[in-house]
Design a protein around this ligand. Structure first.
Ligand code: COI
Length: 355
């Protein structure tokens, strides 16, 4: 290992790269990590000791608050390599701002922009050989923060660890995605933490999603907790519906995550002259549209999955199959988005940022 200091970040390089052990043609999403990680600790009221070091397990006191009270947040971002081998981030400012909003909601300290962005840029530069070119390939970036302060007293920690890890990825979902509309369980409630990217939001989805899996569905479409009449998110993604030639998606709220892919697709749809309405969408509207043949598409949108087409849904024990259509709006928007992300077409929006 060798240690150097760049822009105040200490860099400790791994003795040998693991890259030759990786089968890049058969990646399982989020299961392979690059040689290095970025770490910065919050102690005595300040962020200190930013370091890039070899990816490895680390020690945590068993009484660390994260294990007992779930004080943990994360982000999902991606970087892409263009045909000139330049590396680009997609709307990193959006993820940075949302990370700190999540931190505030979970009574955690905000991470300063220079620590987040310099750490991310330098880590990506160091491990850039792991980013493969070509559409479908990306580096999934997982910044996260955990409460490391000792003691099982139920109040916010006084110590935290911020880390960034990198995982080369291809697709998230393989195969058909059939969904169950939630009639009992909820992902979020008014006044809760649904709008934050808090780890517990995802843990709370696992059990209802397991029940859905056991009945042959891959994901759950979450509805509002009070009435279960409004369609809000799909699995870990925001959700869009196409009825006739209009796209619909719910407005963000205390219960719905302000997804970067969601807001990007809204702008892309407008620029492509696709009719789009941002308003609460009722389960009854969806069922009615499925029955009368006007429901054309449902798709989820998120960083990990990009756009994930849904092939059918179940509600009150009735399954509604969606038509198989060519030239779907989902494909049209995905093509446009991934072309911009991979620098295959001009980014007139200024979303892509070179590292
Ligand atoms: C993402 O789309 O990046 C997410 O955060 C979802 C994640 C649970 C894989």
């Amino acid at each position: 290992m060798s240690a150097t200091q760049t822009n105040k970040i200490e860099i400790i390089k791994s003795a040998a790269s693991k890259i030759n052990e990786v089968d890049f043609a058969n990646l399982s999403f989020g299961s392979v990590f690059t040689d290095h990680l970025f770490e910065c600790d919050f102690k005595n009221g300040e962020w200190q000791n930013p370091v890039i070091k070899p990816y490895a397990p680390f020690l945590c006191d068993p009484s660390s608050r994260v294990f007992h009270y779930g004080q943990a947040i994360f982000e999902g971002m991606k970087a892409y390599k263009d045909t000139n081998d330049d590396v680009w981030l997609f709307r990193p400012d959006e993820n940075y701002n949302r990370f700190n909003k999540s931190a505030v909601r979970m009574a955690m300290p905000e991470v300063p922009e220079d620590i987040f962005m310099n750490g991310l840029n330098q880590l990506l530069k160091l491990d850039q050989e792991w980013i493969k070119k070509g559409k479908g390939n990306a580096m999934y970036i997982r910044p996260f923060m955990i409460a490391t302060g000792h003691g099982v007293i139920a109040n916010p920690s006084d110590e935290y660890k911020f880390m960034i890890i990198l995982s080369p990825v291809t697709s998230y979902y393989a195969g058909e995605v059939k969904v169950l509309i939630a009639e009992h369980y909820s992902r979020a409630a008014n006044g809760g933490i649904g709008a934050a990217k808090a780890a517990g939001n995802y843990a709370a989805q696992f059990y209802p999603t397991q029940l859905a899996n056991n009945s042959g569905f891959q994901q759950v479409i979450w509805t509002d907790d009070a009435t279960h009449t409004k369609l809000e998110e799909a699995g870990t993604m925001n959700v869009f519906f196409r009825i006739n030639d209009t796209l619909f998606t719910a407005p963000v709220s205390e219960r719905i995550l302000d997804g970067v892919t969601r807001k990007t697709l809204i702008d892309l749809a407008k620029s492509e002259n696709i009719d789009i309405e941002i308003r609460p969408v009722l389960v009854s509207e969806l069922v009615e549209a499925a029955k009368n043949g006007t429901l054309k598409e449902i798709f989820g949108a998120g960083t990990a999955a990009v756009i994930s087409a849904i092939s059918g849904f179940s509600y009150q024990d009735v399954y509604y199959d969606l038509p198989k259509i060519e030239n779907s709006v989902a494909n049209q928007l995905k093509e446009k988005l991934t072309n911009i992300q991979n620098k295959l077409e001009e980014d007139t929006f200024g979303w892509t940022v070179k590292i």
